[in-house]
Structures are given as C-alpha cells and as structure tokens.
Design a protein. Sequence first.
Length: 256
Amino acid sequence: MAKKWFAHPLLRGLDLDSESLFIAQHKILRRKQFLKKIYLDFYSLIKNQLPDEKRKVIELGSGAGFMNELVPQTVRTDVFFHPYIQIVLDGAAPPFPDESLDAVVALNVFHHIPKVRSLLSSVSRILRPGGRIVMVEPWVSTWSKKIYKHLHQEPLDWMADQWEFLTSGPVSGANQALPWIVFQRDREIFEAEFPRLRIVKIQPMMPFRYLLSGGVSSWIGLPGFLYQPVKIFENLFARGMDRWAMFALVVIEKVK
C-alpha cells in the first residue's frame, strides 16, 4: 500500500517495460535535484574506476541517465528503443567482437538480468585484457533488507539458491540481491567459473541518500540544498557500512 501511495504521478499506470517509462523517468531525474546529485556521484564513482585508456566504453541499460555527460565516449544502450540511447541490444549477450572494448559500465542493471552467467561470459570475451566492468548495484545489508522489502517494488531474495530468476520483462523482472549473491556470498563460485575476471573492488555505500531522495519512482524527496549535509551525515556510518549500505560499487577487471 505504501509503495502505491508514494508512486510518482508521471509513472502511474505506465508499463514498466515500455518507452513511456524512460521518458517519464527522464523528466523526474532532471526535476529532482537531490536525486540528480546522487546520479552524479554514482557516475563519478564509475568514471574514477575506468581504465586509463578508455577509448571504447559501452553502457548497458542506460535508461534515462546521463553517464555520457561525464564520460563522453560512452555508447548508450538499452534492451529496447527509447529516445535516450544509441544502440538497442540484449545486455546479457552484447554483440561486440572479442577483446574490442575497454570498459563496460552499468547503473542498476545487473540485478535485472535473469541469466547473469551469460552476461559475465560475454564481458569476459569482449573486454580487452586490463579492461573493466564497473557497476553500481543494490546491496544486501541488515538495513537494506528492511527498506527494500517495504519501500521498493522490486524483490530482494537474498536466500535464492540460484543466480537465475524468472522474469516478466527487462525492467519489471529483478532480484535486487543478485549482485551481493554473485560477488560476495558466492564469490568462490564466481572466481572458479570466470577465472579471467578478477574482483578489484566492492565498496558498500549510501545507506540514506537514495532513500531520502525518493528515487525515480516516488514523488517525495529532499530538496537539492540538503544533499551535502546528508552526505556528510552518512560518513558517520562508514565503519559499519556492511550493516547499513543500500548500494555498492563493484569493479571487475579482465586479467591480462
């Protein structure tokens, strides 16, 4: 009931797997300044982890975002057409030649892919040695379990015994726990199955900012001028971030 009440008016009645959704989210993201600052921080974190030579960068599931404003050479893609992308492709099987890319980046995409082994195999193939996949994803913690369960429309199944999940569509289908499952809980399995992909960094973060922004799905959210004070307040939780994080930066490099 709470999720329905908080829903943004621009999104009510829209099919989650439609072009109309991204058009509405594009408007929301630019109107909500607190939320826009969060995206700027997400993209800055991703940018700072890219290889020094980032000639060819592909963004999976670009949605209504603006990664290309920080990394101009980014090629924006999505699973179906909408006005804010350059290429339509399946994120689980990107059709690029072997060792042709310097980086693959993604924001809140991995947990929507029902067969992530296919994505990881593709990334291992298309990245040059030393290339990276850099993503920001939802993360499992004591705090996030409570928040995602009650205030987010996407499921969080941290007890799932498989990496795959049944899906109703590229946006509506998800398991927000999937990044945590693959890269933390099942890390040994990941390393055994994908020996050419090495986890460089996992940085749990942001326990309150996104929640207080209301996200792209809600009409509520703090004004932009409060962003820096909230960010400073979050720093007080830095030592306990494994218990408080709602997101994580995940950096994976292809072994040379």
